[in-house]
Structure formats: structure tokens, C-alpha cells
Ligand binder design. Structure first.
Ligand code: NAD
Ligand code: LMR
Length: 327
């Protein structure tokens, strides 16, 4: 398993690279960034784990060297939010960054699983899909928007109510997109079942939807979630790698192109959104089946879903347009 981190020197990139370097599933870790990869690579190279490590800058065909032969590319490249910004405000800069990196993937490692962390995920994943389509290399089963941080937050925040010893033991499908009202936690489908007092549900739901703002505010201009995102990004990457190596029964919410995945068409029809985060069964080929949790949503969640569809459609269209009709 050759794993690449694109944006490896950043706030997410460094701890994510650390976790991947320490992971026995990774044989070869390749770090790519426009700055500082020599230092990050030298530092991580002293860790006595199995993964061989290399780092590259853009000069001297760095992207080609970093990406060639990759089985998985994780992309946390791009600017983070400051207080007062929405994720959509990042589009202007990050859209171009993601486009350039995915063009490199299409050229040098088109078979790789692609895990997009860069915001706004609701738009950067459609950008990636359009770039791959133009290159004749789009495999919807291998393109994932990483929404795991929303799942991790839901598990953490609900623990105050459930009192569970290990928060991660409570499985909560968080679906939709990855920004504000497009994030829809389905607490009614938590396993094991959780009973949330009615007066607490709104607050809990909003906290999951706007958890990112909490961190942006606390960091006060120094960026957004990095460490919890590295944890979440690694958790998702590890599941993808486990499935790639043949482990069965892995289901994770992730933002995918629905028409390209078994079970996805019905969800796309129901939501009006071609891209949506739903619990997806992972296998060797990547996303092998999209599970449809919509029918089991309760009335409260159905209202949340209506708001989600409205916001998400525009975000998706913006990403598609960016590639189809470049500004
Ligand atoms: P950061 O500024 O600390 O790091 C970004 C890194 O990307 C920098 O090292 C920068 O040099 C690098 N970079 C910029 N252009 C590049 C290019 N063309 N090729 C390779 N590398 C490039 O930012 P961060 O805090 O690590 O956040 C990164 C992104 O992740 C942001 O867009 C942020 O909003 C997003 N994010 C997403 C989630 C999620 O849940 N999906 C969670 C947190 C943050
Ligand atoms: C998050 O959810 O923490 C990230 O998307 C970063 C952000 O801008 O909030």
C-alpha cells in the first residue's frame, strides 16, 4: 500500500502523515506539498515503523514522483477558515488547488483511492469528479469526500447524554454534506439506540452541524480543526485500506457520487443530489454499495434533510461549473 498525503506539511497534513507512518497497513508513505516536505519527511523518517517514507516539492517533477504507483491519495491541501468565514469562502483558492492535484492523480496514479479533505468538500469532490471525467479516468467507487469528522463529533457529543464508556461504540449515521445545515446527524438511527431528551436534540444537532465553527472560533485566526481532522481522516483512510486488503463488513458514511455506486441511484432521485454522504459499504474496489437511511428518518430529521438538499445542490453545481466553465 503506497499512501500519498497531498498537503502533507499543513496543520492536518503533519499529524495525518504521522498516523499513516505509524500504521502497519502502509508500506510506503509519500508526502507532497508546496513547502516544507523535506523537513516533515526527515522528522517522520526516524520513526521505527514499517512504512518507507519519501517527500517531494513541486520542483523536479515532484508531483509525478510523489504520485506514481500510489494506491491511495489523501488530500488535505488548501487554506483553512478564519473566524467569520464560511467553508464556501474557501472555494476561490481551494478549488484550483484540488483541481491541480486531481489532474496530477489522473495522470500519474488514476487507479488510486482519492480521499478529499480540502474544503468546501461539497464542491471539491464534484471538482475532482469532473477533472477525472475529463481525463477519462473517473471511477466513482474510488472517490471519497471525507466527512468522518462529523461522525466523530456526533459520537463525542452524544456521549454526554448516553454516558457510554467509549464514545466510538455508539454508531451514528451522519449524512448529507460537510457544512452547516447540509450536515444531518440521524440520531434516531444510532446503534445502540440512544434516547435524546426532546429539549436537548436541537442543541446537539446544531453542535454537530456547526462543530467546525467552535474550533475556528477557539483558534481565533490560527485556522480550523487539524488534530481531530487528522484523527478522523486517518480513521477513514484506515478503513479504506482494511477493505482494500479484503476485510469485509466495513460501512462508513462518506460523500460520494451516487449514480456510480450500487444503490446510489435511488438516493440521488430521492434527494435531488448526485453527491451525498451516506453509509457506504467498502470493499476491494472501494465504495461497493450505498445504503439508504432516508426512509427511516423521523419527522425532525426529515425537516433537516429538506434544508440540506437545498444548500447542497448549489454547492455541487458550483464545483461542477468550476471545471465545465472555468472562471
Ligand atoms: P493548512 O494551511 O495548515 O495546510 C494546508 C497545506 O496545504 C499547507 O501545507 C500548504 O502548503 C498546502 N498546499 C497548498 N497548496 C498546495 C498544493 N497546490 N499542493 C500541495 N499542497 C498544497 O490547512 P489545514 O488546517 O491543514 O486545512 C487544510 C484543508 O482541510 C482546509 O481546506 C480545511 O478547510 C480542510 N478541512 C477539512 C475538514 C473536513 O472535515 N473535511 C476538516 C478540517 C479541515
Ligand atoms: C471542520 O468541520 O472542522 C472543517 O470542515 C473545518 C472548518 O472550516 O470548519
Amino acid at each position: 500500500m503506497k499512501a500519498v498525503v497531498a498537503g502533507a506539511s499543513g496543520g492536518i497534513g503533519q499529524p495525518l502523515s504521522l498516523l499513516l507512518k505509524a500504521c502497519p497497513l502502509v508500506d510506503h508513505l509519500s508526502l507532497y506539498d508546496v513547502v516544507n516536505t523535506p523537513g516533515v519527511t526527515a522528522d517522520l523518517s526516524h520513526i521505527s515503523s514499517v512504512a518507507k517514507i519519501e517527500g517531494f516539492l513541486p520542483a523536479d517533477d515532484g508531483m509525478k514522483k510523489a504520485f506514481t504507483g500510489a494506491d491511495m491519495v489523501v488530500i488535505p491541501a488548501g487554506i483553512p477558515r478564519k473566524p467569520g468565514m464560511t467553508r464556501d469562502d474557501l472555494f476561490k483558492i481551494n478549488a484550483g488547488i484540488v483541481k491541480g492535484l486531481v489532474e496530477g492523480i489522473a495522470e500519474h496514479c488514476p487507479e488510486a483511492y482519492i480521499l478529499v479533505i480540502s474544503n468546501p468538500v461539497n464542491s471539491t469532490v464534484p471538482i475532482a469528479a469532473e477533472v477525472l471525467t475529463n481525463a477519462g479516468k473517473f471511477n466513482p467507487k474510488k472517490l471519497f469526500g471525507v466527512t468522518t469528522l462529523d461522525v466523530v463529533r456526533a459520537e463525542t457529543f452524544v456521549q454526554a447524554i448516553t454516558g457510554a464508556k467509549d464514545p466510538a461504540d455508539t454508531k451514528i449515521p451522519v449524512i448529507g454534506g460537510h457544512s452547516g445545515e447540509t450536515i444531518v446527524p440521524l440520531f434516531s438511527q444510532a446503534k445502540p439506540e440512544v434516547k435524546i431528551p426532546e429539549d436537548k436534540l436541537d442543541e446537539l444537532t446544531k453542535r454537530v452541524q456547526f462543530g467546525g465553527d467552535e474550533v475556528v472560533k477557539a483558534k481565533d485566526g490560527a485556522g480550523s480543526a487539524t488534530l481531530s481532522m487528522a484523527y478522523a481522516g486517518f480513521r477513514f483512510a484506515e478503513r479504506v485500506m482494511q477493505a482494500a486488503k479484503g476485510k469485509s463488513g466495513i460501512v462508513e458514511p462518506t460523500f460520494v457520487y451516487l449514480p456510480g455506486i450500487e444503490g446510489g441511484d435511488a438516493i440521488a432521485k430521492e434527494t435531488g443530489c448526485k453527491y451525498f454522504s451516506v453509509p457506504v459499504e467498502l470493499g476491494k474496489e472501494g465504495a461497493v454499495k450505498a445504503n439508504n437511511p432516508l426512509g427511516m428518518a423521523n419527522e425532525y430529521e426529515k425537516k433537516l434533510l429538506q434544508a440540506c438538499y437545498e444548500g447542497l445542490k448549489g454547492n455541487i453545481e458550483k464545483g461542477v461549473e468550476f471545471v465545465k466553465n472555468p472562471p
